[in-house]
Structures are given as structure tokens and as C-alpha cells.
Design a protein around this ligand. Structure first.
Ligand code: ADP
Length: 256
């Protein structure tokens, strides 16, 4: 694990354009080891694009990105990065690093982590299942689980490589309140107790304000980056284009 405070992900004047659309515009942003960083912004503001850039799935149109001191495209140490995709978007995601991790542990065809784990319940896999609070589900078929449980299974899968950084794209999408709370508790524990850095994309501003120690608000360009309590309702109003007091009331209350 890197020393707390060391930069692990840096965007320097990064832009990205899909043919005609500028999705990310001149973003400079640093995430440090130990951070729990939330990226928030309205739909279409470039959050997913930013994550894809960080993971080397897209190459910036301008600027530079450093992931553990490497260009994401040249980065080889993917066991350090655990990617948790959206369950709501379907579980057949193909992030090569995590797949490679799984493939390295045994035969793998298609996305079926529990089938794979059932055959090879190594200590490492069991530890990841325990850490994610889903060890008791190890013999169940993933299709039988709630979306919240599936999401925690995906966190377990991401933990198998003992990552230094966990990247989650809208993990609460499609999860009920209880499932979301369990997931939030899990992420807090991983961050506080194991020192795993967490990068989470969310449109649930209230939830991330309670959880994150640093927030990046983007709307193509960076609107705000700092601690959640420094974020004003005025800035959020500008970001979302409408007052967000109601969403924020509880979260701000807890921080102040
Ligand atoms: P968010 O995750 O914040 O909802 P995205 O990063 O998905 O935002 O999208 C940012 C912008 O880029 C949006 O205007 C979206 O329509 C556009 N966009 C996203 N993916 C593509 C694509 N594959 N081709 C063209 N435009 C895209």
C-alpha cells in the first residue's frame, strides 16, 4: 500500500472528445493514496468518461494521466486496481484487468465469478468474500442474489487482487436503501481499516457527501474539488442547475 497522501491518480489538463462532443474539458485533478474520492455531476457530465480515461479504456484527446506513475495505456500492474462495474448495467462487463486476474486463477469463460470461486475457493478468494460480507453466499448462483448482494460480490471480485485502488461506477444504481447502506459500510471499512483508496462515481450527492473525504464536481470541466464540507449549495446549484438543499440537508448537517 502506498504511503497515505502520495498521488496515485493524476489528471493534468485532460480533455476527451467523442467525435463532435467534448465530454471532458481540461480537467486537472489529483487523487492521493488513502483518499475516498467521489466524482459527482449531472447525467452526461463526463463522469464515466473520466473513469474510462483513468482505466486506460480511452486515450485522452489532450493532457496527461498518471495512474500509479504510469500512463494508463502502459500500466501493467492491474492487480492494484479493482474495478466494480454497475450491476444495473448488466454483469457481462469486460474490464480486461479484472478478467485477467480471474483468468490467472483458473479456467474462466464469461462472467461467472461464483462458478469459478466454487471450484477454487482459495484462501485469497475466501478472504475477499469475507471482506465483502458475502462468504455465506459463496455456493449460491449469482442470478439468485439481490442486486445489492451482486454488487458486493463484484466488490469481492475486485478485492481478490488486493487492490490499492477501488473504482466504482454508480455502485448504488438499482440497489434498495438497505443494500446501499451495506455497500456504503463496506466501502468505509475497506478505506479506513485496509487503507484502500476508493474512487466512486455517483449522482447521489447526499450519500457521497457523507462518505467521501474529497469530492470532485464535474460538468465537462471541473467545477469544484475539495472536502465535502467546503462545497457550497451555491456551487451545487450551479452544477445541477437547481437548488439541492433538500438532498444536502442531512449530509451537511453531519459534516458541520
Ligand atoms: P456521465 O457518466 O456523467 O453520465 P458520460 O461520460 O457517459 O457522462 O458522457 C459525457 C458526454 O459524452 C455526454 O454528452 C454523452 O452523450 C457523450 N458520450 C458518452 N459516450 C459516448 C460515445 N460512446 N459516443 C459519443 N458520445 C458519447
Amino acid at each position: 500500500m502506498r504511503n497515505k497522501g502520495t498521488p496515485i491518480l493524476e489528471f493534468r489538463s485532460v480533455s476527451y472528445r467523442y467525435s463532435g462532443t467534448v465530454a471532458v474539458d481540461d480537467i486537472t485533478l489529483t487523487m492521493s493514496a488513502g483518499d475516498f474520492m467521489a466524482v459527482v455531476g449531472p447525467n452526461g457530465s463526463g463522469k464515466t468518461t473520466l473513469i474510462k480515461l483513468a482505466l486506460g479504456l480511452l486515450k485522452p484527446s489532450g493532457g496527461r494521466i498518471r495512474l500509479f506513475d504510469h500512463e494508463p495505456g502502459d500500466f501493467l500492474d492491474w492487480h492494484r486496481v479493482g474495478y466494480v462495474p454497475q450491476v444495473a448495467a448488466g454483469i457481462q462487463e469486460r474490464f480486461p484487468a479484472t478478467v485477467a486476474e480471474i483468468v490467472a486463477h483458473g479456467s474462466y469463460s464469461g462472467f461467472a465469478p461464483l462458478r469459478f470461486w466454487k471450484r477454487t475457493k482459495t484462501a485469497e478468494v475466501m478472504a475477499a468474500l469475507e471482506a465483502a460480507g458475502v462468504a455465506h453466499l459463496s455456493d449460491r448462483r449469482i442470478g439468485e442474489l439481490s442486486v445489492g448482494q451482486q454488487q458486493r460480490v463484484l466488490v469481492a471480485r475486485a478485492l481478490v487482487g488486493e487492490p490499492h485502488l477501488l473504482v466504482l461506477d454508480e455502485p448504488a444504481a438499482g440497489i434498495d436503501a438497505a443494500g446501499e447502506e451495506a455497500l456504503n459500510d463496506l466501502l468505509q471499512r475497506l478505506n479506513h481499516e485496509q487503507g484502500i483508496s476508493v474512487l466512486i462515481v455517483s449522482h447521489d450527492i447526499g450519500a457521497v457527501m457523507r462518505q467521501a473525504n474529497t469530492v470532485a464536481c464535474i460538468n465537462r470541466s471541473l467545477v469544484f474539488h475539495g472536502q465535502p464540507h467546503e462545497l457550497t449549495q451555491n456551487e451545487l446549484g450551479k452544477l445541477y442547475g437547481f437548488p439541492v438543499e433538500v438532498l444536502l440537508h442531512d449530509a451537511l448537517h453531519e459534516h458541520r
